[in-house]
Ligand binder design. Structure first.
Ligand code: 3PG
Ligand code: MG
Length: 403
């Protein structure tokens, strides 16, 4: 691992802690189903860092993004509803909510925190300066803390103010969860047993598509599901009806296919899918071959034949890296493909035939629905960051912590 500062090595942390204000970047971008958190793994992973700093007597200011409000205040994307949940997870400890970054009251509230006290800042992406990694925004954050700890590996692929910029203006280190993620991924993927299969799905299509071109040189099989598969199917001349699909990404699709070819990576796309005329729970649906997709239909899951092909492919592999659900798994019955494949992975892992590593907020929620989460060899909280790490890219949030 690249040598990064940690809570153990950050100079003087242990000596000057009483009352030290720690800006702690966490990833509260948890998957939601309505107003319920559908998977709390991201929260559970950073709590040990909060507890450790709290026991040391630090004042902790939690910072995170939530969703993609694009620099605007969007009431539905406030981080405040998570406050009660966090307090409950921290045995009822009161957390001070800071809804405005820039006023004196916020600074007073932070300074007035007791030793071991915790505050939570409103969604940082309500400010354009966060994603722009704007110098003034970094400064505005920095005045609230004496040191900066990043415990959000899942956001480390973003060079934003709170994931990268702050590390340049304050003494900084990785939190326990960031440290553990890097260690686990390194030990799991350094020299993996082959064949290695990557299974990539989900809805954040365009950002992941770019990654695939590089990923194909690292893995032996690449299985594509979820909305991303629609973009591939469309580029190959299939009718995808009203499905989620990025029609302007055709060139990227061909580039991925060419790179796969060159690297000798076998690309596996769905041969059949589940379609419906509307996207809602328990609507009438049909399992059809790709050529059977109707112009007025929506592809919502991989089909049974595809599940069979993926399962067979799995049984020939020794390592699987999974990011992204294979269908619209939050809405029944479009969770079937993801659940079937998750169970197959869990069984093969249990039988020690497969090493399974999964990453991503939605992926974890899907695996949990399938009751498969605990059987995986390793589960990362990171989705996009996990993929970029697999690709071998340097993550700006990690690099910034290096000593
Ligand atoms: C994630 O959910 O992968 C992280 O929280 C990063 O979110 P982003 O893709 O919106 O930057
Ligand atoms: Mg996510």
């Amino acid at each position: 691992m690249e040598k990064i500062w940690t809570l153990d090595t950050l100079p003087k942390l242990k000596e000057r802690v009483a009352g030290t204000r720690v800006l702690l970047r966490v990833d509260l971008n948890v998957p939601m189903r309505g107003d319920k958190i559908s998977d709390i793994t991201r929260i559970e992973r950073f709590l040990p860092t909060v507890r450790e700093l709290s026991h040391l007597g630090c004042k902790i200011i939690l910072m995170s993004h939530f969703g993609r409000p694009n620099g605007k205040v969007i009431a539905g994307m406030s981080i405040k509803p998570l406050l009660k949940f966090l307090e409950a997870k921290m045995d009822g400890q009161k957390i001070v909510f800071l809804d405005d970054l820039f006023n004196q009251r916020t600074r007073d509230l932070v300074n007035g925190l007791p030793s071991g006290g915790v505050a939570l800042l409103e969604n940082l992406r309500f400010h354009a300066g966060e994603e722009a990694n704007d110098k003034n925004f970094v400064e505005a954050l920095a005045v609230l803390g004496d040191i900066y700890i990043n415990d959000a590996f899942s956001a480390a692929h973003r060079a934003h103010a709170s994931t990268e910029g702050l590390a340049h203006v304050l003494p900084s280190a990785a939190g326990r969860s960031m440290e553990a993620e890097l260690e686990a991924l390194e030990s799991a993927l350094d020299n993996p047993k082959r064949p290695v299969m990557a299974l990539v799905g989900g809805a954040k299509v365009s950002s992941k598509l770019e990654i695939l071109s590089n990923l194909v040189s690292k893995v032996d099989r690449l299985v594509i599901g979820g909305a991303m598969a629609n973009t591939f199917l469309y580029a190959l001349g299939n009718d995808v009806g009203m499905s989620l699909c990025e029609k302007n990404m055709t060139d990227t699709v061909f580039q991925v296919m060419a790179s796969a070819d060159e690297a000798g990576c076998q690309l596996v796309l769905p041969s059949d899918v589940v379609i419906a005329e509307e996207f809602a729970a328990n609507v009438a649906n049909q399992n059809v071959p790709i050529a059977g997709v109707q112009p007025n239909s929506i592809i919502l899951d991989i089909g049974e034949e595809t599940v069979g092909a993926v399962t067979e492919c799995l049984s020939e592999c020794k390592t699987i890296l999974w990011n992204g659900p294979l269908g619209a798994f939050e809405t029944k019955p479009f969770d079937r493909g993801t659940i079937a494949v998750a169970k197959a992975v869990a069984n093969l892992t249990f039988e020690r035939k497969l090493r399974s590593i999964a990453g991503g907020g939605d992926t974890l929620a899907a695996l949990k629905t399938a009751n498969a989460l605990d059987s995986f060899s390793y589960v990362s909280t990171a989705g996009g960051a996990f993929l970029e790490w697999l690709e071998g890219r340097e993550l700006p949030g990690v690099v910034a912590l290096s000593g």
